[in-house]
Design a protein around this ligand. Sequence first.
Ligand code: AMP
Length: 538
Amino acid sequence: MRGLMQDVPLTVDSIFRHAEQHHGDVPIVTNNPGGKVRTTYAEWAMRTRRLGGVLDTLGISADGRVGTFAWNSARHLELYFAAPCTGRVLHTLNVRLFPEQLTYIANHAEDEVVFVDRTVLPLLWPLIDTMTTVRHVVVMDDGGDAEIPDDPRVHDYEALLADAQPVDFGTTDENAAASMCYTSGTTGNPKGVVYSHRSTVLHTMAVVSPNGFGIGVEDVAMPIVPMFHANAWGIAHAAPAAGAAMVFPGAMMQPQALADLIVDEGVTFTAGVPTIFQGALPHLAGRPHRLRKIGCGGSAVPKALSEAYREQVGLPLYQAWGMTETHPVASGGTLSARWADADEATQADRRARQGVPLFGVEARIVEAGTTDPLPWDDTATGELQVRGPWCARDYYSPDAGVELSTEDGWMKTGDVAAMDEAGNIRIADRTKDLIKSGGEWISSVDLENAIMSHPAVAEAAVVAIPHPKWDERPLACVVLKPGEQATEQEILDHITPLVAKWWLPDAVEFIDEVPKTSVGKFSKKDLRTRFAEYPVRS
Ligand code: AMP
């Protein structure tokens, strides 16, 4: 017997139409260097339909890749929908990548056009001749005085929009590609993840759900996580789907500007990587605000940072785990009712975990290189693998030898994790960041958490340094808070009761700043290179 329900395709158009039809009066604010720009979903929808007309005028092919090189803004949101809703594929380029990576990615994806914010035009324009398939560059004037080249390929966004006719949206194939995003590429070339309309809609439903970010019609949602990094964690789809107001930070990504925007615009939900919230904390602490949930992830959320938010801002950080390959939100750390009565310390420990897979995603841990599941006893650690309708099956035209899926259909994450009896995930490390000392594994994440609970420490990154006897030993790279002092011995004394004795770092290096990747995570690769010749102490 077959079900008798309508087989309506799950397409990005449905999100667009919902916001257009039901939430037209809801405001959208963008913070540009020249001041705030205010619009509504009604105006956004009208402009998005005209932008569809622009893509026709520019002659972008039926499933052509539409590149963006832009901050979070209402215009970027127009592109987020105009491209997929006309059958094209949105391709967000990360403005913080190295030139060679940008060229590689634009050529690999075969971008036909790049829409670029004027504030970052100087980063893109020098590369344009290396991007062999790009025929048009459309400048979105978000302020600043960057020179706009006098070149037939260059167009002005507003001028194109003013001349364009609005188009009807009517994609019907839910499995067609809607957008793509390249991972930062830890090893080898960056890898393209291709999202379908269907995966986007299902991920959106998970993100709006209470166990996800729980975004609703009463929210004012501000994605700090860039729209060029893993779909702004789904917020750019979830907010229109929920009719939530939106606030975009634009190019104004400085901690003070972000904190002011949260306070002044009555933001109720925001999300970003831990380093962002580390920077914003002193600017938010003690100020009146309407925040009810702060999503944090992308790297381990230090317990000390979450607790500092609880104490100084009035709410802890809500930890989510995911990857570009999982759209990205795959698990979230909601405290279930059965923990509500636990003491603060226990609750803080729970919040330091990466959470339970959201409904729709399944997770397992396996012995490396096998498909044998390990027990959920919070002790055994193995590679975390996931499956579900918004997990990638394969990369876009990957290099030889790169395989994302196991033979039995699970996605390999490259993360090492333990799971408790309820399947609540605790990420121990990235496979490549684990430290192997005397044949045993040391978790850099656990050490960092312990070090960051020292009151003088702003940031800590622990990396492996070569050792003749133990193979590898941990080195702690520590950034102190401005005006604070601490010695190596004080740091080691502080963490001695918190970790196994043989885990204690061989040395503590005080550095000015932890180098960051293009998406704001600690770049341990850079630290490993910098300290590769570190003198052996014991
Ligand atoms: P990306 O594709 O850039 O979003 O990076 C995905 C990787 O970030 C994951 O494989 C994890 O290693 C890391 N990551 C994401 N969220 C978390 C989290 N909450 N805790 C620890 N690591 C995380």
